[in-house]
Design a binder for this molecule. Structure first.
Ligand SMILES: [Zn+2]
Ligand SMILES: [Zn+2]
Length: 269
């Protein structure tokens, strides 16, 4: 890693349905890469919490507890998907184990499937903009609930709409709505994640990208976390150095990792 404090705070092991390697293998890779801090954040999709993810979360936390981290700052995290789609599940999930870090994510709109499965190629452009408006609105509700530490991969729908399906989206009409998301994060002291997975995918940029990071900073945003969203050892740490460079370009001098649900600020050097 180029940066002394390079840290990966969003990634998945085989404790997630779409992860490939064990927590121990992921931790070993983090150490091999020379990451300063490593946080594992397996999925907890709240709309399937009681029937599926409650047990999975237990397995994942048990696996993290069994690890013996040496020469690395290791933190135990969770990626909480769609908390408002089962609020009782979300609240149970975050208080059940003593996590260091909880990411709040929105992978699918209420009563819709994951953007991953949504085919927008046959939709009129206005309908796609409508989905994005709904996305910002649900994010605002999530933030006002506030039971998480960092907002995961803002602009996630673009990974599929723009990256995978090649539909060019102008975010200009959404500027005000995105500002509302940033202001809500700042007011609630919730961090914004720089998700670097887009750099190795067809999208070709981070989620959110540099102009949005700069806008968040301009509005007063100070808390930012970084994550590769790797689902295998090969992708771990991917794009973290570049993400740190983008934060610097956006005017940040430090970023955050979380321990015991509190931010620990580290320099972007
Ligand atoms: Zn996610
Ligand atoms: Zn993830």
């Amino acid at each position: 890693m180029l940066h002394s404090f390079a840290s990966d705070c969003h990634n998945h092991s085989a404790c997630s349905p779409d992860g490939r390697h064990t927590p121990a293998a992921m931790l070993a890779r983090a150490r091999e890469l020379g990451l300063y801090a490593y946080t594992l954040t397996d999925h907890c999709e709240c709309q399937e919490y009681w029937e599926k993810y409650r047990e999975r979360a237990q397995t994942a936390f048990g696996a993290m507890e069994a690890l013996a981290p040496e020469e690395i700052r290791f933190c135990r995290g969770l990626e909480l998907g769609q908390p408002l789609q089962d609020l009782s599940g979300a609240e149970d999930a975050v208080k059940r184990f003593p996590y260091d870090f909880v990411i709040g994510s929105l992978h699918n709109l209420e009563n819709r499937e994951d953007f991953y499965f949504l085919d927008c190629t046959r939709m009129p452009l206005e309908e796609i903009h409508g989905l994005l408006r709904e996305y910002w609105r649900e994010l605002l509700e999530m933030i006002s609930w506030g039971g998480f530490d960092s907002l995961g991969h803002l602009t996630y729908p673009l990974r599929y709409i723009q990256g995978e399906q090649g539909i060019s989206i102008d975010l200009h009409p959404h500027k005000e709505a995105i500002d509302q998301v940033f202001l809500a994060l700042i007011q609630k002291e919730i961090a914004l994640e720089v998700n670097t997975s887009g750099l190795r995918q067809k999208l070709g940029r981070t989620m959110p990208d540099l102009p949005l990071l700069a806008r968040y900073r301009e509005l007063g945003g100070r808390l930012a976390t970084l994550g590769s969203d790797a689902h295998c050892t090969e992708d771990l740490g991917g794009g973290i150095d570049e993400g740190m460079g983008l934060l610097k370009e956006a005017g940040f001098t430090e970023f955050a990792i979380y321990e015991k649900r509190r931010p620990v600020m580290l320099p972007l050097e």
